[in-house]
Design a protein around this ligand. Structure first.
Ligand code: HEM
Length: 660
């Protein structure tokens, strides 16, 4: 069945039997008819289903690179075969696009209380409903699990997130730099005086926190262009992101030379590792007490990587380590094939192959699960079965991460999180489980006995949570609880962050997506359940006040996808831009200096898979199901890792010495 959401912009989703969907996904086990290579004219506007074109101002029309980087010196570009570490010069005409320390992009105008930076308010001028109250009433814990996809699908989403954005000035894992609400849940002196403070107040009827006497949860506002003094007086504050926007594994390699250099080994093109009990682990963070605040001793493992969030939760850290080892595995193989290559060539070539593998996994294996296969094909996000290059790079498409994506739509997938993590043996038997909140910011767990391998297998065996309005209490009652009985609430934080960034409301964003716009609470029943609309009516004064973060998460999922129409619109737009706005996207062959050879591209397409990534980089994993984002099932049984296709790195052998 084709589902068509109303004109002029449309979402097409093929409603297919979900059990069959995975068979359509590329990677291991894909069956596609080959099509010829695709050439998109480079100067076309993004002909994308939703029609957001946001054409950039013509060059020379006052676009000032210095303001775009908020005071940092604009980059000087030389054309290179390799991506820069900070994303600069990916777009040769607009070299700051996608760089760290630049503002998030926007689909709809800012919605601050005063149009500049003040906290958003309701139409009537009254405060918006309390975010913790909204969380308690609309996002409770029901433990509904996904029948098809495993925890790896959930966890990989966080990897993609960390590759794409990071709010400036916010720790997102360890203690914030400003205390608006102290560790005992009491309002601090700064709460009312520090302009960065917007603590989440605990409502008096909070069944969890009120009896404890907890008044608040800490919340620090994101650093914006105004805070850095690079916005004119009456222009809206633009929140900043601090990592590269590109899908370039910045979480592995860092987003600046200062981050990248300390994690490089300086020989063999490798990243730095420490050998313990015969396995490679990331280097130690020099500031254990700050970074891994839950560590009981400064000698506990606390990792340093390209992203400051690396230690945040055990399964995130498992995947970061898998990615670190994959880089070194590629570098070691290249070094054997090409003994004449120096450290820099080996590093850059390994990085380039690694990024291509992950882009392939992200677009052809992961995203179709959440955005819907047909939706991605129709909107030109993927070209399944393509043979040869897909030349769709468009220098007019800005790859900057949209605030609506990072602060609302992609955060919806916090709903998939499971609070207890299963430990699974090689025989795929349950050997234990850990509670997430016992191990936030404490990666020691991974090095206890065989936990790393057990957790990695657990990712592929345990079910992810269902994509719905139900959230696990480990992240709504116990997040970063440290030594306390209870902790923070990620859902309330997401709602508060949306307001902090002045996101447009739910109704305004629906309009921007070309979706039917509600004219009353009652109209909202077309997109969400009557019970939820009733609760919304009890919380908000007007349907026009409903936050995007809240309304978007309550919509019924579009068949074949794991989000409602509004979030699907935003996600599809973002991942379109991320692909088409990246000159180095792995399928792009328009520029011979940066392209893979046709045979290299084919081996990435046929050999890179999530299953192979896990097999190759966890010592104890010798068996894996081919579709590693999907639970083990009759059509997806574990097989020997040796039977899974692999990327043929011999195609990078440089016998002629021409490479260097
Ligand atoms: C156990 C898993 C996870 C935990 C504990 C977690 C926790 C957090 C926290 C604490 C923040 C910052 C909140 C704030 O202060 O605004 C955040 C941000 C975010 N999370 Fe998660 N998260 C998890 C998994 C995921 C997953 C699976 C996704 C998506 C598939 C996701 C998407 C995002 C996004 C897009 C942001 C905003 C990033 C930025 O621009 O800074 N997270 N998460």
């Amino acid at each position: 069945v084709h589902i068509t959401v109303r004109n002029p912009r449309q979402i097409f989703i093929q409603h297919s039997n979900p059990a069959q969907t995975p068979l359509r996904i590329s990677g291991a086990g894909a069956r596609f008819v080959k099509v010829a290579s695709v050439n998109q004219p480079a100067d076309r506007l993004p002909v994308f289903g939703y029609g957001f074109s946001n054409p950039p101002p013509p060059l020379g029309s006052g676009e000032d690179p210095a303001t775009q980087t908020c005071g940092l010196s604009p980059p000087f570009c030389t054309k290179s075969k390799y991506r820069s570490i900070d994303g600069s010069c990916n777009n040769l005409l607009r070299p700051v696009w996608g760089m760290p320390q630049t503002p998030y992009g926007r689909l709809v105008p800012y919605n601050y209380g005063d149009g500049v930076s003040a906290w958003p308010i309701s139409r009537s001028g009254n405060p918006l409903p309390n975010p913790r109250d909204i969380s308690l009433r609309l996002f409770p814990d029901r433990q509904l699990i996904d029948p098809i996809w495993n925890l790896n699908a959930q966890q990989w989403g966080q990897i993609i997130t960390h590759d794409m954005s990071l709010t400036a000035g916010i720790a997102q894992s360890h203690a914030d730099r400003i205390t608006c609400c102290d560790n005992n849940g009491l309002l601090a002196l700064d709460a009312t005086t520090n302009p960065f403070c917007a603590p989440i107040l605990v409502p008096p009827n909070d069944p969890v926190h009120s009896p404890q006497g907890t008044q608040c949860m800490n919340f620090v506002r994101t650093t914006s262009t105004r805070d850095r003094g690079c916005t004119p007086p009456n222009a809206p504050a633009e929140p900043l992101t601090t990592v590269t926007a590109y899908m370039d594994l910045s979480l592995v390699y860092g987003s600046s030379a200062g981050q990248a250099n300390p994690i490089r080994a300086g020989a063999g093109g490798r990243l730095l590792t420490i050998l313990r009990k015969g396995q490679e682990w990331p280097p130690q963070d020099p500031n254990v007490t700050l970074t891994c605040e839950s560590a009981k001793s400064p000698n506990e493992p606390c990792y340093l990587a390209g992203d400051i969030r690396v230690n945040q939760n055990p399964q995130l850290t498992v995947l970061q380590i898998i990615l670190l080892r994959e880089h070194n595995r590629i570098a070691d193989t290249l070094s054997r094939l090409n003994p004449h290559w120096d450290d820099e060539t080996l590093f850059q070539e390994a990085r380039r192959i690694h990024i291509a593998e992950i882009q392939h996994i992200n677009y052809y294996e992961y995203l179709p699960i959440f955005l819907g296969f047909e939706n991605m094909v129709k909107n030109k996000l993927i070209y399944p079965g393509a043979h040869g290059y897909v030349n769709d790079y468009n220098p007019n498409v800005d790859p900057t991460i949209l605030d609506e994506h990072a602060t609302a739509a992609f955060r919806h997938f916090h709903t998939l999180i499971r609070g207890y993590l299963k430990l699974i043996s090689e025989r795929r038997e349950l050997v234990g489980a850990v509670r997430m909140s016992d191990w936030f910011n404490r990666p020691l767990l991974l090095e206890i006995n065989d936990s790393f391998n057990n957790l990695a297998r657990g990712l592929t065996v345990q079910e992810q949570g269902f994509s719905d309005q139900f959230w696990d209490t480990e992240i709504t009652q116990f997040m970063f609880k440290r030594n306390n009985t209870f902790g923070g609430d990620l859902r309330a934080t997401d709602i508060q962050r949306g307001r902090d960034h002045g996101l447009g409301t739910y109704a305004v964003t629906r309009a921007a997506c070309g979706l039917p716009v509600p004219k009353s609470f009652r109209d909202m029943q077309d997109f969400m359940s009557t019970e939820n609309v009733k609760i919304l009516r009890g919380l908000y004064e007007s349907f026009e006040d409903v936050d995007l973060v809240v309304g978007g998460s309550l919509e019924r999922n579009v068949p074949g996808a794991q989000a409602g129409p509004t979030f699907l619109c935003i996600l599809t737009e973002q991942f379109y831009r991320t692909r088409v706005g990246d000159r180095y996207f792995f399928e792009n062959g328009a520029d011979r200096d940066t392209a893979f050879t046709p045979s290299q591209l084919e081996t990435i397409r046929s050999g890179a898979s999530m299953a192979r990534l896990l097999c190759d980089n966890a010592d104890g994993i010798n068996l894996m199901q081919p579709r590693a984002f999907q639970q083990i099932s009759p059509g997806n049984q574990v097989v020997s890792c040796d039977d899974l296709p692999a990327v043929d790195l011999s195609l990078w052998q440089d016998a002629s010495g021409l490479f260097k």
